[in-house]
Design a binder for this molecule. Sequence first.
Ligand code: UDP
Ligand code: MG
Length: 154
Amino acid sequence: MAERTLVILKPGALQRGLVGEVISRFEKRGLKLVALKMVRLTDEVLDIHYAHLKDRPFFPWLKNGMKAAPVILCCWEGCEAVKVVREMAGATNARKAVPGTIRGDYSMSAQENIIHTSDSPENAAIELDRFFVPEDYCEYQSVLDPFKYSPDEI
Ligand code: UDP
Ligand code: MG
């Protein structure tokens, strides 16, 4: 069954010129891009998005890092997309992320770890609603689906 998940390319991805590399990985895997925009995040939205970390000592650094430059917000769609994208991202602490994952290939940091990915289908739905309005989604036929999936997967 098709799922949608949120990916945020963090300020470090933009500044280091990795936006194309990271997006290309999801494209090549076969995920469908259905929404994309570039924004500057605010304290208000970061307080909500990272509410589970608000009592951690690094919270102010995390927020400053996420406000240091614009971010790229994208929504990727595919069969079990939440789990697939999260596994492609790799471990939160990039020094422990397996080579071949995005964090394992492009980062040395537990904080400056290139991307955010939703961690469950439930949170993906909440996070997508946090950053996108219905008009942001572009409907189009993914013409290669029969070459990417069996009939029971889509
Ligand atoms: N983070 C950090 N230090 C930590 C844990 C997390 O700086 O010890 C930052 C890091 O940028 C991470 C974000 O907080 O991506 C959100 O943390 P979470 O535990 O949700 O990890 P994620 O879902 O991003 O892998
Ligand atoms: Mg998380």
